[in-house]
Design a protein around this ligand. Structure first.
Ligand code: FAD
Length: 630
């Protein structure tokens, strides 16, 4: 029998970013004993890195904004592949979730008349991002943590124990989900297995409901804005538990990551720089984005620099600058400029805010960016342009969930935030992640609480044999001698994904990628980790690597299958969007041998009243003849 510590909860939330914290708050408020488990320090999650803001149609900066406009923008950004019900709930509920944060203690930047200030971002018709300078994620996490502390104080008053109903297990990695297999095919979640990163000791959670809120997958790619935790654990855990992933071919390459110096390549340069007036120029000094406005967006974007510049002062009577096209369009444009030999000395393009705003305005609106470039690249962005280029930033794909409850196909398993799929379709608009976390985090917490209530006294049970198997799997890298170290394989995997399944894709390169991934599978099975279980980064990486491999296989297989270009999936060999493909979702599942299968599934047609929010001419650009309203 495996030696471990054991805890029992109603709901276990894996991940302490915005989605996980909001889910945990909801589950606890609905009376459920809840654990939050996170592999990083509490407070260190991607959410904290979010700079630009949280999209919510509050109409503070432009009273024409409302949920219908936000819905339309989100569907356009995702090129109509989004799960329309998720996009609807998101647009409707985001303003309430932002207001609610202020009741928890958040303080957003203000308009002169005291309302929450909202800024421009790519793809959003009106200024819509509620923000705190360029440190919005920090405020969001700070506030959610503060709410958790206040709930713990309530619990202390009632029980004498701060952690009676809500406890955080930080620096603790979950490696496996457990199910009650006595129920056959409908086996429900019974708990989660993991280890403390510091001591390497095992920990087991008995719980009928698990909410995955583990964030993204960026560490499978070489150039990324993501930090070390984003190894696709939740995606892989869900698949091993029998859940399905959708939209995995859609990876967002943010157009503006730092390209220099090499040690910081990929670090994000927030879209707020462009939202606040920054422009992109090539080595010839040309504002090149005017050459890259696709037909589907032509009516909404300015054709001259003069009109684009007027828009910042008078958005109602001018069209938007093309620098604010959705991210996929801007990333491809930068890629093309660099390929055409018009790049900067370090292989990017110039992003210039210094000639557009006074220095004190730049340091006030973009304090983190100013600091980041000064410290990391010795560049003063108030005096000279930045060099930027695309960086792997966000995965649109994730666990296939029910929009209203965030439940997966596995009873008791829920997912919210970046680990869930569907909401953003083929491309996410900036700012729509923070609002997604709050809207669907809350719904996941409530969905899990309802599920627990439906079970009554009889709860799924954990089999000791499954615990022993999870422990054996976790320790496997210590068992072999003379194998490869995980760092080498990780580097090669990242390089292969970057080069062969990156921003522009071709069938033969993706086939090569799949051959490399099959080779990595064999090498990962024979990896060796030196040393002991006490804080051993090599071991941690070895465990994460299995997840990165599964996720990479999903991305490569789905990308090879989808024979069109849409959002975060650009095929050199199939350059256009194809309305027939829009009707199809690619669903990834796991075979018994651990390899990935991809199946096609029809999209559910959009509800009629939502369809009526669009002009027929616009729908014609995306939908097939049969799908168009009569
Ligand atoms: P995260 O915040 O990523 O948290 C994941 C959590 O899961 C962490 O606590 C991690 O430790 C934990 N975890 C992972 N695996 C395990 C495991 N196996 N066991 C236990 N715990 C685990 N979006 C916007 O809307 N606006 C922005 O301005 C914006 N700016 C961004 C800037 C940067 C630099 C980056 C990287 C992203 C930005 N995004 C932005 C995207 C957004 O921040 C993320 O999509 C979002 O924060 C994801 O939140 P989450 O709650 O899903 O997961």
């Amino acid at each position: 029998m495996t030696e471990l510590e054991r805890h029992s909860y109603d709901v276990v939330v894996i991940g302490a970013g915005g989605a996980g914290l909001r889910a945990a708050i909801e589950a606890r408020e609905q009376g459920k004993r809840t654990a939050i488990v996170c592999k990083s320090l509490f407070g260190k999650a991607h959410t904290v890195m979010a700079e630009g803001g949280c999209a919510a149609a509050m109409g503070n900066a432009n009273s024409n904004d409302n949920w219908q406009v936000h819905y339309r923008d989100t569907m356009r950004g995702g090129k109509f592949l989004n799960n329309w019900r998720m996009a609807e709930l998101h647009a409707q509920e985001a303003p309430d979730r932002v207001w609610e944060l202020e009741t928890y203690g958040a303080l957003f930047d203000r308009t002169p008349d005291g309302r929450i200030s909202q800024r421009n971002f790519g793809g959003h018709t009106y200024p819509r991002l509620a923000h705190v300078g360029d440190r919005t994620g920090l405020e969001l996490i700070r506030t959610l943590q503060q709410k958790i502390v206040s709930l713990q104080q309530e619990d202390f008053q009632a029980t004498g124990d701060y952690e009676a109903n809500l406890k955080v297990y930080a620096e603790c990695t979950v490696t496996e989900l457990l199910k009650d297999n006595t129920a056959g095919d409908s086996a429900a979640i019974s708990g989660a297995f993991g280890y403390w990163r510091e001591s390497g000791r095992f920990i087991l959670f008995d719980a009928p409901a698990v909410i995955l809120a583990t964030g993204g997958v960026g560490k499978s790619f070489k150039v990324t804005s993501n930090s070390w935790e984003y190894t696709g654990d939740g995606h892989a855990l869900a698949m091993r538990a029998g859940a399905t992933l959708i939209n995995m071919e859609f990876i967002q390459f943010h157009p503006t990551g730092m390209v220099w110096p090499p040690s910081v390549k990929g670090i994000l340069v927030t879209e707020s720089v462009r939202g606040d007036g920054g422009v992109l120029k090539n080595s010839e000094g040309k504002r090149f984005m005017f050459d890259y406005v696709p037909d589907v967006f032509r009516a909404q974007y300015a054709e001259t620099e003069e009109e684009a510049d007027r828009w910042y002062k008078d958005a109602d009577n001018n069209r938007r600058p093309p620098e604010l096209l959705p991210r996929d369009e801007v990333a491809r444009a930068i890629n093309s400029e660099v390929k055409a030999g018009r790049g900067t000395p370090h292989g990017g393009v110039f992003l210039d805010v210094s000639s557009r705003l006074p220095a004190e305005e730049i340091t006030r609106r973009l304090p983190s960016m100013h600091h980041q470039f000064k410290e990391l690249a010795d560049v003063d962005i108030t005096a000279e342009p930045m060099e930027v280029g695309p960086t792997c930033h966000y995965v649109m794909g994730g666990v296939e969930v029910d929009p209203d409850t965030a439940s997966s196909v596995v009873p008791g398993l829920f997912a919210a935030g970046e680990v869930a799929g569907g909401m953003h379709g083929s491309n996410r608009l900036g700012g729509n992640s923070l609002s997604d976390l709050l809207v669907f985090g809350r719904r996941a917490g409530s969905g899990a609480a309802m599920y627990v209530d439906s079970l009554g006294a009889e709860r799924p049970k954990i089999a000791e044999a499954d615990v022993d198997a999870a422990a054996a799997d976790a320790l496997a890298p210590f068992e072999l001698e003379g194998g490869e170290n995980p760092y080498t394989i990780h580097q090669e995997l990242q390089q292969a994904m970057n080069d062969l399944v990156g921003i522009i894709r071709k069938a033969e390169e993706m086939e090569q990628a799949l051959a490399r991934l099959a080779e990595f599978r064999g090498r990962i099975a024979k990896m060796t980790v030196e040393g002991h279980r006490q804080f051993n980064p090599g071991w941690h990486l070895a465990l994460d690597l299995r997840n990165m491999l599964t996720v990479s296989e999903c991305v490569a297989k789905a990308a090879l299958e989808r024979q069109e270009s849409r959002g975060g999936h650009t095929r050199d060999d199939f350059p256009g969007m194809n309305a027939e493909w829009r009707k199809l979702l690619l669903v990834c599942g796991l075979n018994a041998d651990g390899s990935v299968n991809v199946a096609r599934k029809d999209q559910i047609p959009m509800r009629e009243d939502l369809m009526e929010l669009f002009e027929l001419d616009e729908l014609k650009k995306y939908l097939t003849e049969e799908e168009l309203p009569a």
